[in-house]
Write a protein of this length. Structure first.
Length: 239
């Protein structure tokens, strides 16, 4: 990340962490060095992922390197902004390059489809057909660390409508109907908590069986992420 940009964004993210009483449970599972694939869920708000990055930088002095949706690189100046904060366009080549350098690489497999889902589907993952991150972990033998923040889905009330599905399915444009505080898009001050899993090592790569390995490991990861979401919701409800 560009240092001057970080010095600008850092205090902003800290203020947002205070606004949402943001916490991270399980930070001890993230190693201080070495390559890790950080796999997160995706809310409409999106900036909750930035709060996690801020907490990681503060507590571990590590900079997360996000893989961004191709949409950002089709919008003027957005691609440059992504790269300025340390991100890269989400493709296997960029991902492998970052991992080879020993980075903490972040990916949200659900992408825009997960972010745009209506509130009646809150807390649900949309990872069923998103297996690229699993293949990447196996091919590069990179451990995965899951980090979920289900309450980020409560920042906005997202309404089900045909326009959202049509615009995204046909043009890949993220149009949505939503509201935050009252009738505005001001985010609700929902308390947010990220739950991190222990590191999950990928199975040893066996040539000729990659598809079967990807399918099996993907099922394991989705099941573990869903359980982690349940833990996070229960923790917030009981405290």
């Amino acid at each position: 990340m560009n240092e001057s940009l970080y010095h600008f964004l850092g205090p902003v993210l800290q203020k947002m962490r205070q606004y949402h009483q943001h916490q991270v449970v399980g930070m001890e599972h993230l190693p201080d060095t070495g390559r890790v694939l950080l796999v997160v869920n995706h809310s409409l708000a999106t900036y909750d992922i930035g709060l996690l990055f801020s907490a990681i930088h503060t507590e571990k002095n590590r900079m997360a390197r996000p893989l961004a949706d191709n949409l950002f690189f089709r919008v003027p100046y957005m691609g440059e902004l992504v790269e300025a904060v340390g991100g890269k366009q989400g493709n296997p080549e960029n991902a492998k390059e970052l991992l080879d350098e020993g980075n903490l690489v972040a990916v949200a497999p659900g992408g825009m489809q997960e972010a745009l889902r209506p509130s009646h589907d809150r807390y649900q993952l949309r990872w069923d057909h998103r297996k690229g991150f699993v293949r990447l972990a196996i091919e590069t033998q990179t451990p995965i660390l899951l980090a979920v923040c289900p309450r980020a889905d409560d920042i906005y009330e997202v309404y089900d409508n045909k326009l959202t599905s049509w615009a995204y399915d046909i043009f890949r444009i993220p149009l949505f109907v939503a509201r935050g505080l009252g009738p505005t898009m001001i985010p609700k001050p929902v308390p947010l908590i990220h739950f991190m899993s222990p590191l999950i090592p990928p199975p040893a790569y066996i040539p000729g069986t990659l598809k079967q390995q990807v399918d099996s490991f993907h099922k394991k990861l989705v099941k573990r992420a869903e359980a982690l979401i349940g833990e996070a919701i229960a923790y917030r409800r009981d405290t």
